[in-house]
Design a protein around this ligand. Structure first.
Ligand code: NAD
Ligand code: UDP
Ligand code: UDP
Length: 324
């Protein structure tokens, strides 16, 4: 086990952030969770509030933050297209101003800092699967650009602080990750399909459903992030973290229908602008540098996620009955 540290997790009340806070507390670290609750919820970390090693601060990272920490995981940023396109200017500010503030903080206190970057830096890729050396095919002026270009600029800032100020940086390029604690109205495909299936509502497949994604279960991903933070200083990344098994959205829809025993039918809707056609990580570097490989198969991870949403939806139903 590593020595106990004081660790800042930005976006700590979000989906990935809440699992990361939990994992770091289990490893006996002190955790400061910073979140503006745009897409995150206190409920995601409610079970951690009694832990004296856990602290939560409502704060928007586009503004400066002064805390004393040994490590920073910079996760703050809405990740669902629906949410990051809601206020695109704020999304870019979060990635760019947020990165500058967190890098400035890391510089002042000498902390290690990890950036939650994304497979979106590859855009609609012409190389498949995507290795870290591929520079991507990204539209700089489309509806996804606030997220894609914001994250690309954040990577640039990380590497410039590394070159210019010798900061100890780690950049993880995270591919589609799913699991419990995604919000029912998050808008991403896994939560959408599961909620629709559990309610026997139409499963909304965008386009013809032949586009692909590779889905990583949250526990695997968190292991990769913590592993990357623990590497020696020479390991900066960028490093892909994701599950290399690829599925079409139609395959995903059918698997969700099967696992939920749903009566839902598939409904085809228009494909959103600039939706990448295919995405699969080359995880050779993560395997070599971190000895990391995802363990949870999609079928198993989906079953756990379905169980979470069943609980959540039945709780909501009983609360609305009680309120009537
Ligand atoms: P999420 O939306 O659940 O979590 C993001 C968190 O950041 C939320 O709690 C939100 O309230 C907070 N936040 C947003 N803007 C903020 C700001 N300005 N100041 C402070 N807090 C702010 O999303 P997630 O899936 O947990 O993603 C976490 C990180 O991982 C994001 O940076 C995302 O880009 C990255 N990522 C996630 C995935 C994935 O599939 N889950 C894939 C690639 C990259
Ligand atoms: N910053 C912060 N917390 C700190 C130190 C810096 O939020 O503990 C922010 C501050 O807003 C600053 C930015 O980080 O503008 C970048 O800091 P840096 O030292 O790189 O540059 P500066 O703008 O101070 O010259
Ligand atoms: N998608 C879909 N139905 C939905 C939500 C998403 O078919 O209800 C598709 C979407 O068009 C994309 C894929 O699923 O091709 C993954 O979408 P998501 O928003 O989860 O993530 P991203 O596009 O950022 O990979």
């Amino acid at each position: 086990m590593r020595q106990a540290k004081r660790i800042l997790v930005t976006g700590g009340a979000g989906f990935l952030g809440s699992f990361l806070c939990e994992r770091l507390l289990q490893e006996k670290h002190e955790v400061i969770c910073v979140d503006n609750f745009f897409t995150g919820r206190r409920g995601n970390v409610a079970h951690l509030l009694d832990d004296k090693s856990f602290e939560i601060i409502r704060h928007d990272i586009t503004f400066p933050l002064y805390v004393e920490v040994d490590e920073i995981y910079n996760l703050a940023c809405p990740a669902s297209p629906v949410h990051y396109q809601f206020d695109p200017v704020q999304t870019t500010k979060t990635s760019v101003h947020g990165a500058i503030n967190m890098l400035g903080l890391a510089k002042r206190v000498g902390a290690r800092i990890l950036q939650a970057s994304t497979s979106e830096v590859y855009g609609d890729p012409e190389i498949h699967p995507q290795p870290e050396g591929y520079w991507g095919k990204v539209n700089p002026i489309g509806p996804r650009s606030c997220y894609d270009e914001g994250k690309r600029c954040a990577e640039t800032l990380f590497f410039d602080y590394w070159r210019q100020h010798s900061l100890r940086i780690k950049v993880a390029r995270i591919f589609n990750t799913y699991g419990p604690r995604m919000q029912a109205d998050d808008g991403r495909v896994v939560s959408n399909f599961i909620v629709q299936a559990l309610q026997n509502k139409p499963i909304t497949v965008y386009g013809n459903g032949e586009q692909t994604r590779s889905f990583c279960y949250v526990d695997d991903l968190i292991g990769g992030l913590v592993g990357l933070m623990g590497t020696k200083d020479e390991v900066t990344g960028p490093i892909n973290l994701g599950n290399p098994v690829e599925f079409t959205m139609l395959e995903l829809a059918n698997l969700v229908i099967e696992l939920t025993g749903s009566r839902s039918k598939i409904k085809f809707l228009p494909l959103p602008a600039d939706d990448p056609r295919q995405r699969r990580p080359d995880i050779g570097l993560a395997t070599r540098e971190l000895g990391w490989k995802p363990k949870v198969q999609l079928r198993e991870g989906l079953a756990r996620t379905v169980a979470h949403f069943e609980d959540r939806l039945s709780l909501c139903a009983s609360q609305s009955v009680a309120a009537e």
